[in-house]
Design a protein around this ligand. Structure first.
Ligand code: SF4
Length: 374
C-alpha cells in the first residue's frame, strides 16, 4: 500500500514521470537554491515561533541570528552563508509582520492516517496519507481550528481561492480528523517574502466528507497509474530531474526563468543586450547577402515607405474643415499616417487621407530586416 501526501499529489498532477522517479524509484532529487532557502526558512520559522510562544511574545527579532545559526540542511550540516543571509532577511520580514498568538499552537504538526482515516504513527506500516501543517491553532472554546501554511517563494497566485487550492482543503481535512470537536476550519497562506496573507478561507465540517472523497479519488488514480508519462511545463523549473530529463530538453524549455525577481530582471536585461548584439550581427551578414532560412524563405533587407507629417498646422485645419473635432485631434498623441486615417474614418472621409498626407507630409523609405520568399 502506498502512502500519499499533498506534495505527491501536486507532483503527480504536474508530471507523472517526476512523481515516479521521486516516490517509486526513489531517485534523489536535485534541490534548487529557492528550495533550499524554503526548507531552511521553514525550520527557522518553526524554531522562532516555538521560542516566541514559550516566552509568550508575539514577535522577537532579537533571537533570529541565534536561530538561523543553528539551522541544518537535510545532510545535517550547517547551511551555506548564502542561504543563511537570505533566511535572516526573510525572518526579519516575518518577525516584523507576523504575530505568534493563538489559543493552543502547534508547529510543523505531523499528521498520519490509515486507509479509514484513523490516526496513525508517522512511519507506521498502515499509513495511507500524511500531512504536515506549518502552524495550527486549536481554539477549543470557539470550536475552531486555524491552519497557516508559510510560503517563501516569489510567486503569488492572485486568483488563489480555496476551491482552487487542494493543499488548503487537505489542511482542513487533516484538522477535522485531528480535532473531532471542531466545527469550523480556517485555512490560509502566509507569503513570508511579501508579508501577505491569502485567506483565511473558512471550511465547515459538513464540507469535510466531500474533501475526503476527493482525496480518496486522487489516491485511487495514483494507485492505478502505469504509464508515468512526462509532461513538460512551467513546473519543470522546480523539478529536481530536469538536468537529465530528455522530455525537458526536447521541450525547448531549457532556458530557465529564475524565481527571484531580481535575478529575473537581470536575466531580462542581459537577454535584451544580447538581442541587440545578435541583431547587429545579422544585419552585417544580410548586408553582404540574404540569409537562406531553409524553409523557402530568406532574411533580407526590405524597404518600407514611411509617411511623416511635416506641415502640422495646415493639416489640422484641413481635418477640422471636414468635421474632425478638436478633441479628437487633441487625443491623438501624434499625427502619424495611422492617426490621420483613423480621424478621417471617424467622419466618413477616409478617402481623403492619401491626398492630405501627400500634401502635408513627406514620404521616406526605411529599411527593415524581413523574411520573404527566396
Ligand atoms: S523535467 Fe519536467 S518533464 Fe522532466 S520529469 Fe521533471 S517535470 Fe517531468
Amino acid at each position: 500500500m502506498r502512502a500519499y501526501s499533498y506534495s505527491q499529489m501536486r507532483q503527480f498532477a504536474d508530471c507523472r514521470l517526476a512523481w515516479k522517479l521521486a516516490k517509486i524509484d526513489k531517485v534523489p532529487e536535485e534541490k534548487s537554491l529557492p528550495m533550499l532557502v524554503g526548507g531552511a526558512c521553514h525550520s527557522a520559522i518553526e524554531a522562532y515561533s516555538e521560542a516566541c510562544w514559550r516566552s509568550r511574545l508575539p514577535s522577537d527579532a532579537a533571537i533570529i541570528p541565534e536561530i538561523v545559526a543553528g539551522i541544518r540542511g537535510d545532510d545535517k550540516k550547517p547551511v551555506s552563508a548564502e542561504i543563511r543571509t537570505e533566511v535572516v532577511a526573510l525572518m526579519e520580514k516575518f518577525a516584523g509582520s507576523f504575530a505568534v498568538i493563538g489559543s493552543e499552537l502547534q508547529f510543523e504538526g505531523q499528521m498520519a492516517f490509515t486507509p479509514d482515516w484513523s490516526p496513525a504513527e508517522w512511519f507506521g506500516k498502515d499509513v495511507r496519507f500524511r500531512a504536515i501543517a506549518d502552524l495550527m491553532d486549536f481554539d477549543r472554546a470557539g470550536e475552531k481550528v486555524s491552519v497557516t501554511d508559510f510560503k517563501t517563494g516569489w510567486k503569488i497566485d492572485p486568483s488563489s481561492e480555496v476551491e482552487d487550492n487542494l493543499q488548503l482543503r487537505i489542511y482542513a481535512l487533516a484538522a477535522a480528523l485531528k480535532a473531532p470537536w471542531a466545527s469550523e476550519f480556517r485555512v490560509r497562506l502566509w507569503h513570508v517574502r511579501f508579508a501577505y496573507e491569502q485567506g483565511p478561507f473558512v471550511i465547515h465540517r459538513d464540507e469535510i466528507d466531500g474533501i475526503r472523497a476527493e482525496v480518496e479519488e486522487r489516491m485511487a488514480e495514483m494507485d492505478a497509474e502505469t504509464e508515468f508519462a512526462a509532461s513538460p511545463g512551467e513546473h519543470c523549473q522546480r523539478c529536481g530531474f530536469r538536468r537529465s530529463c530528455p522530455a525537458y530538453k526536447a521541450s525547448g524549455r531549457t532556458e530557465e526563468i529564475p524565481e527571484d525577481s531580481r535575478e529575473l530582471a537581470a536575466a531580462f536585461a542581459f537577454a535584451k543586450a544580447r538581442v541587440k548584439v545578435l541583431e547587429e550581427a545579422v544585419k552585417a551578414r544580410v548586408s553582404v547577402a540574404p540569409i537562406e532560412l531553409g524553409n523557402g524563405k530568406v532574411l533580407t533587407f526590405v524597404g518600407e515607405q514611411k509617411t511623416e507629417v511635416v506641415q502640422l498646422e495646415p493639416l489640422v485645419r484641413a481635418l477640422l474643415n471636414v468635421g474632425v473635432t478638436k478633441g479628437d485631434v487633441w487625443s491623438e498623441m501624434s499625427l502619424s499616417k495611422t492617426a490621420v486615417e483613423k480621424l478621417l474614418r471617424k467622419v466618413g472621409r477616409k478617402e481623403m487621407a492619401a491626398d492630405l498626407l501627400r500634401q502635408y507630409g513627406e514620404v521616406s523609405t526605411v529599411t527593415k530586416l524581413k523574411e520573404r520568399e527566396a
